[in-house]
Design a protein. Structure first.
Length: 94
């Protein structure tokens, strides 16, 4: 089994015993979490200003080092794009 996401990975020729599973999740995705009202307001503001939004995630199984998070964040700020970055709690850059 290969944890992959159809359309984002490059085409691969795989042996017959390999199965592409799509994105795997360890949480119960059937339980809806309340949408953060502050995020909703921010999204509406970006839409009103016709700004594009980039969504960034590295998944829940990857542990990012603090220096990577800091440097990636600094690079994102230089782009002048609006972005939403899904990070584990307690890992927000300063």
């Amino acid at each position: 089994m290969v944890n992959s996401f159809f359309g984002l990975d490059r085409p691969l020729v795989l042996p017959p015993n390999i199965i592409m599973t799509g994105a795997l999740t360890l949480s119960d995705s059937s339980v809806e979490k309340p949408f953060d009202s502050e995020l909703q307001l921010w999204l509406e503001e970006q839409k009103a200003n016709r700004k594009d939004i980039v969504y960034i995630t590295f998944g829940s199984m990857l542990t990012l080092k603090e220096d990577f998070i800091e440097n990636f964040y600094k690079g994102l700020k230089l782009t002048n794009y609006s972005f939403i970055w899904s990070l584990k709690k307690g890992k927000l850059p300063q």
